[in-house]
Design a protein around this ligand. Sequence first.
Ligand code: CIR
Length: 257
Amino acid sequence: MTTLRAFTRAVSPAIADCELSFIDREPINLALAQQQHMAYVDALIEAGVDVIALPALPDLPDSVFVEDTVLLFDELAVLTRPGASSRRAEVQAIASAVHHARTTVAEIKAPGTLDGGDVLRIGKRVFVGLSQRSNQSAIDQLAASVQPFGYSVTAVPMQQCLHLKSSVTALSDDTVLINTDWVDAAYFSAYRQIRVATSEPHAANVVRLPGQILMPTGFPQTQAELLAQGFAVITVNVSELQKAEGAVTCCSVLFNA
Ligand code: CIR
């Protein structure tokens, strides 16, 4: 049986200086952010995930959002080159842990930029947001790295939110949760689509765990819809991380051990 493993990284004490693109800056309660992050990690552990908890990086405000720094496929890892230059040192910080996880490690190089939050993998299909953070050069580099392993890569233009996974994530191999105001649903026509409630535009970012979906608190209508559709749902309060424009996928990199 394969073990599901995850990298996480503790909240940086500098999180107040995080990058923000689509939301206004509000004070972040650091102690609460740390507590909420610990509860998030506990939820992963409860769900049976083997968590590799990396230490906080005091000089890198956004480093809790490990998802953006590396993509982990079964066959290889791909170190990213984040679109925000303030975040590039986060990649070096995770590289040695990544080399323990995978023997083949590719890297996105300039002029490519790629945030892991823009990469949605469903089986052998890889959708990549062509966003403010991720560009065509990186998508071409990623395709060259993963196509030999049988993956197909599709660029998905999007403008209205930070990352592709702000607008769509997978609930299962055949179903996505999607905000069609932020991404063109036609790209996901091969999947059954469950739409977020119109009053909950930020609800599409959820983590698919074995047998259950992890989502933030505060999206009761979307949560009820998932339950009605037969998904088991667990929730975590990540209010302070949301003020840093994070959500639930961004705080971990899940991979098969
Ligand atoms: C940023 O703007 O880069 C961070 N403040 C938030 C990154 C969130 N990452 C993600 O959803 N994958």
